[in-house]
Design a protein around this ligand. Sequence first.
Ligand code: SD4
Length: 292
Amino acid sequence: MSWGIIGTWRMALEGIMEAEKLLKDGKSSLDAIEVAVKMVEDCPEYRSVGYGGLPNRDCEVELDAAFMDGDTFSIGAVGSIKDFKNPISIARKLMDERYNIFLVGQGAERYAHTMGFQRTNMLTDYSKEEWKKKKSEIKLDKLKAYDGHDTVGIVGLDRNGKMAVATSTSGLFMKRSGRIGDSPLSGSGFYADSEIGAASATGVGEDIMKGCISYEIVRLMEEGLHPQEAAEKAVNKLNQKLISKRGEAKDISVVCMNNKGEWGVATNINKFSFVVATEAEEPTVYIASFSD
Ligand code: SD4
C-alpha cells in the first residue's frame, strides 16, 4: 500500500525527512508523525512550537497539542500546558485513556508529571527578549497583529492504510494566559478517519474554530471530493462566511490527505509553505497562495 505525509509550514521539513524513513520502512503513521512533530518542538529556531515558543502576555510559554488515531478514533489533547518538553507525546499518551482525554493547565501538567514526562523550562533567552521588545512596542489592550504564530500540523498515512494527525503550537504571541486555539480542538485543528482521510489547520484559531474546518474537509472527502477540492472548498466557504458575518477573516491554511495518499492544501493568505512526501515524491517544500 502507498504511504504519505504532509505538514504545515517549512518548519515541518526536517521532521518529515525523518518520518519518511519510518513510513518507507512500513512503520506506523502514529510513530512517524510523532517523530516529525517532536523535531519541531525540540528546535528553538522554530519559534512558534515547543521549546523557545512564543510567550503569552505574562512571558510564559503555554503550549497546545493534539493527537488523533484515525483507525481507533482515539484522541488525546493538552491545552495551555507549561514547562514540559514534548506536549505532542503527552497528547499521544492521553489517547490511551477512555475518559479525561483533553487536559489543560495544571491538570495537564500533573498528568504529565505522573506519567514520567520531563519538566523543562520552555522559555529561551531569545524569546524573553522578543517578548520584552513586543511589550514595549505595543499597548496590550490594542494588540491586533499577533505576529509570527504558526502551528505544526502533520497528517500521515502508513503502508497499512492507517491515518493519523498531530498538532503542536504555542498559539498566538502575547495571548492571554489560558487562551486555547483551534490546534487541540478535534474537528477544528485536526481530524482523522482512516476510512476517508485526515486534515489539519493553522492560522488564527479564533476564526478556524468557527468553521470546524478539519472535520469539514474530511466530510467533503467522504462525499468523494479530491483532497485538493475539499481543502479549497472548505477554506473558501469559511473565509466567505467570516467576511459576510463579521466583516473580516484572519489567516486560515489547511493540509489534508486521503487514504490513497492523494493530498490537498488551501489558504486565504499570500504565502503558505507546506511539506509533502509520498511514495512518488521525496520531501518537498511548496508554497500555496490564496485563490478564491
Ligand atoms: C492558534 N492556530 O493557536 C493556532 C496558531 C497558528 O498559524 O496556527 N498560527 O490559534
